[in-house]
Structures are given as C-alpha cells and as structure tokens.
Design a protein around this ligand. Structure first.
Ligand SMILES: Nc1ncnc2c1ncn2[C@@H]1O[C@H](COP(=O)(O)OP(=O)(O)OP(=O)(O)O)[C@@H](O)[C@H]1O
Length: 300
C-alpha cells in the first residue's frame, strides 16, 4: 500500500530525516515513535505530501507521491499535530466547507458529516468551534480528516494533550477506522497506546530508523527477558551469586542470567530456605524505548 525508500529531509545544513525506508500493508496501523525532535512530524509531512523530501521516494497504491500528488491527496486524510480550525464557524459549516473543497456532493456530504459527528460522539449544539473544549476540537479535526472518506490516514499525535477518557475514545476510534479497512499511520508519545494499537512500529532517533516491526519483534531484538526470584532463608550471609534486595521477610534477585536463577535455587535449598516465587519480567515497549534512548531503568 505504501512504500518509502531512502527518504531524507534536510533543513539547510541540518538533516532531520536520513535514509528512511519502510513499507506499510493495507489495513495496518503503523506507529512512529521517537523522542522530541526525532523526525516524526517531518516524516509524516513528507508522507502527506506537505513537504518535499530532499531525497528518496514515496509511493502509495502504486502512485508516485510527487508525480501523482493530486490523485494521492484524494485518498489521504491528514491530521496535523495542531490543526488550525476556523474558530468563528460552527462545526457543521466548517465540515461542509471542507466537503465543498473536495467537491463532494452536498447530499453525500450532509450524510457523511452527520455520521462522523455521531461516530465521534460530537454534539456541538451549533456552538462555534472557538467555544469547544480541547477534546471536542480534536474530534472536529479528526472529522475533517475523514470528510473525503480517505483510505489512508496520517495522524500526528491524534490523542495528545487530551484527558484519559477522550484520549481512550480517540484510540478506540482509530481502531474502528482500521476495521473499516483504512490504513493508518500515526505518531504518539504514549507507548502503551502504540503497543496496544499498532500492527507495526517504527522507532526513530535523530532522524534515523532504529528498528521497525511488530511489538513482539522489537521485544525479541531489544528486550531482554529478566527473571525475578524471591526466596526466604534464615541467613543470607554467604550468598554472592548476584545482587540481592530485601522485600519484607524475603529476598529478591532480578537477573537475565538463567544460571544465576538455577544456582540461587540450589543455594536456597542447601540453606534449607524456600522459593517464594519465580517469574519472568517481560519488558514493555516503554522499557525498551527508554533503554534504546539510553535511559537507565530501575530493575523493576
Ligand atoms: N522547518 C524547519 N526548519 C528547520 N528545522 C526544522 C524544521 N522543522 C523541523 N525541524 C527540525 O527537525 C528536527 C525534527 O523535527 P520534527 O518536528 O520532525 O520532530 P518530531 O519527532 O516530530 O518531534 P516532536 O515529538 O517534538 O513533535 C528537529 O530538530 C526540528 O528542530
């Protein structure tokens, strides 16, 4: 559905995105994550045809982004990080205005707007956009991105800065768009959201791809599974197999070395102690992300 190859964007001497290649299959939710300034918005803007890459190619449905940009834009919906809305207009007038820009038949547009407002639970009661809450404004921007019934959606932080309920609503809404067969590319800082929503995740750092794949693939490549062993013994005195911490009346060892687990188990048995619990700790995408970005993590 979408092929990106060798994408690069320079702003003067500064390289914001470098040698980026990836493919997105139809109907996928593709999440782009990375710290501030990693090049996420720049990448989305190139995918949305809003800025021109310095180098590289983008094709969608076999069409070339720059040769066939008019046709591509007819099936794209773009949601910028901050969408300028016409504050003095009512929601209906605003959406109708964009429907006219897309040359959509008035009857079709009316029905689409009413469906979108219903699906997004957006009841503005004729209020002006300027008088709406932040969450409602975000929903208006999302409705606008869908006014041409696009197949491909490019959303820059769709749920950022919203309260948890509205953020959750928008995440669920994005999931429902996938069920309609739409392909969605989005950026987010909430990695839990990304992990629960995305079929494919691209991690960017300093404009470059660190890794791309399913959450499981990223976990296999970067996430070390750790073992947590909790035990009781009367005297910990000569235990020297790994770092140990005390938790209530027990001791805890966290390690990625299975030999430490086995040897500790033997040691505990030899001292007449008990194993209270042994389990694995699977790292979350957030743990992996932070470790890739070079942030030291707590053991638990
Ligand atoms: N028009 C521009 N001119 C010069 N530099 C720019 C321009 N737009 C972006 N940049 C720079 O390119 C880099 C990537 O910016 P971009 O907005 O793509 O990052 P981002 O990953 O979306 O960050 P954030 O999470 O903060 O939104 C940043 O260092 C930014 O300062």
């Amino acid at each position: 559905m979408i092929e990106v190859s060798g994408l690069r964007k320079e702003y003067g001497d500064f390289v914001a995105v470098e040698n980026l290649s990836f493919s997105i299959a139809k109907g996928q939710i593709f999440g782009i994550v990375g710290p501030n300034g990693a090049g996420k918005t720049t990448t989305l803007k190139m995918l949305g045809g809003l800025i021109k890459p310095s180098r590289g190619d983008i094709s969608m449905k076999g069409l070339d982004m720059f040769r066939d940009s008019v046709e591509i834009k007819s099936f794209l919906g773009f949601l910028p990080e901050e969408s300028p809305l016409y504050e003095g207009m009512s929601v209906n007038d605003y959406l109708m205005f964009f429907a006219e820009l897309y040359d959509i038949d008035k009857g079709v547009a009316k029905k689409r707007i009413s469906d979108l407002l219903f699906d997004l639970s957006l009841n503005a009661d004729g209020k002006k956009i300027g008088d709406l809450s932040k969450g409602m404004k975000r929903k208006v921007a999302i409705a606008r991105s869908l006014i041409n019934d696009p197949d491909i959606l490019i959303y820059d932080e769709p749920a950022s800065g919203l309260d948890p309920m509205t953020s959750r609503y928008i995440t669920d809404y994005v999931r429902s768009l996938k069920k309609e067969g739409k392909t969605i590319i989005f950026t987010a800082h909430n990695l839990y959201q990304v992990e629960s929503l995305c079929d494919n995740i691209l991690i960017l750092k300093n404009g470059q791809k660190i890794i791309q794949g399913t959450a499981d693939h990223i976990r296999e490549e970067y996430g070390k599974i750790q073992y947590r062993l909790e035990f009781r013994v009367d005297d910990i005195g000569d235990y020297d197999l790994a770092d140990v911490t005390q938790a209530d009346d027990a001791y805890v060892v966290i390690t990625d070395d299975i030999d430490v687990v086995n040897n500790t188990t033997k040691w505990v048995a030899s001292r007449g102690g008990d194993i209270v619990e042994m389990r694995t700790i699977v790292p979350s995408l957030e743990d992996i992300f932070l470790s890739i970005m070079g942030v030291e993590l707590f053991a638990e």
